[in-house]
Design a protein around this ligand. Structure first.
Ligand code: PLP
Length: 339
């Protein structure tokens, strides 16, 4: 194994030793298989290649100060993957198989779980694809569920430092009654063009508005959006955003810190009234936002005027990290120790 610079890891693909696979055929899931190949052999007419029968998850395992490896809220990822499967008519992965495969993939690659203290974690990528053959649009009869892992650092190179983001109005991430609330590949394909354009223009992420009226905030690229105003934690309620497990956790922590949580439609103009804004998700936990620029109107909203994350965002970030790395007790039952 090469020497890994745990503190300098980017967020990206990292080759590890093994991945875990399970095939659904004849109406049932088969045996769990271990593979050391990074490749899969599938039929050219597999539905994942033509009709977008593909869903994935993103979760992390953390090594605590006590050396123990912790999975964070895996049950929520398993449930969301089931929702995604239902949404695009794929075979659902039972929790038991999901858990067995995730823990097996982590165990087999245990040496890649970053040591405590570098802010790094083992990223876990469960993937479900239609492998059955269809020409003519219909769901496959065969599926492959696999789990691969790799050590990662922060999603944005800025880490917990504030980022600039861009509001896009000429592209939608998901249709109002479409697949925005499930984690399927098509949503990300639709977001590539505006995201790459934003990067070229100096913004690491985009802020999508809901597609129907283009008035309300949906989400921030691969992360949910939240804002702080006085004693309130405000986050969009929309049928076309992914229900983020990080956001759900932050809402709980905010409540327990005595804050009021509002989940509701958030109009773009409200940005002018917010004291702190951020993007939240497994990859970054919280990315504080420094500046939001509306690409079309030129309107600029500024936050973190001293260049630092706001105090509430910072407190929430530290609290969630402390639970994930086992520095503070997990009173919510969010953490599962790898046995
Ligand atoms: C579109 C989108 N929104 C939000 C999130 C954040 O969700 P979570 O906190 O469960 O990682 C993700 C990442 O999974 C995402 O891809």
């Amino acid at each position: 194994m090469q020497n890994i610079d745990w503190g300098g890891l980017p967020f990206g693909y990292f080759k590890t030793d093994y991945n875990v696979r399970c095939y659904y055929r004849d109406g049932k899931w088969g045996e769990i298989e271990v593979s050391s190949s990074e490749f899969i052999n599938i039929h050219m007419a597999a539905t994942c290649l033509h009709y977008g029968q593909e869903a994935f998850e993103g979760m992390k395992a953390f090594r605590g100060k006590d050396e123990k490896i912790r999975l964070f809220r895996w049950q929520d990822n398993a449930a969301r993957m089931r929702q995604s499967a239902q949404g695009i008519m794929m075979a659902e992965v039972p929790d038991e198989i999901f858990y067995k495969m995730v823990t097996k993939a982590v165990r087999l690659n245990e040496k890649y779980v970053p040591p405590f203290g570098h802010g790094a974690a083992l990223y876990i990528r469960p993937l479900l694809i239609g492998t059955g053959v269809q020409v003519g649009v219909s769901p496959a009869k065969e599926y492959l569920f696999m789990v691969f892992v790799g050590p990662v650092g922060p999603y944005f190179k800025e880490g917990f430092n504030p980022v600039n983001i861009q509001i896009v109005r000429d592209y939608d991430r998901a249709a109002p009654q479409g697949t925005g609330a499930i984690k399927v590949g098509g949503n990300y394909a639709g977001g590539l063009k505006p995201t790459e354009r934003a990067k070229a223009e100096g913004y690491p992420a985009v802020l999508f508005l809901e597609a129907k009226e283009n008035k309300y905030i949906d989400e921030a690229g691969p992360a949910n959006f939240f804002a702080i105003k006085g004693n309130k934690y405000i986050t969009p309620k929309s049928d076309s955003i992914l229900p983020s497990i990080t956001n759900k956790s932050l809402m709980q922590l905010a409540r327990d810190m005595g804050m009021e949580v509002e989940r509701r439609a958030v109009a773009v103009e409200e940005l002018a009234e917010f004291e702190e804004v951020g993007a939240c998700g497994t990859a970054a936990i919280i990315s504080p936002i420094k500046k939001i620029v509306d690409r079309e109107t030129g309107q600029v909203y500024e936050f973190c005027k001293d260049g630092k994350a706001g105090p509430v965002s910072e407190k929430l970030y530290r609290k969630l990290q402390a639970i994930q790395y086992g520095e503070e007790p997990d009173t919510y039952g969010w953490v599962t120790f790898l046995d």
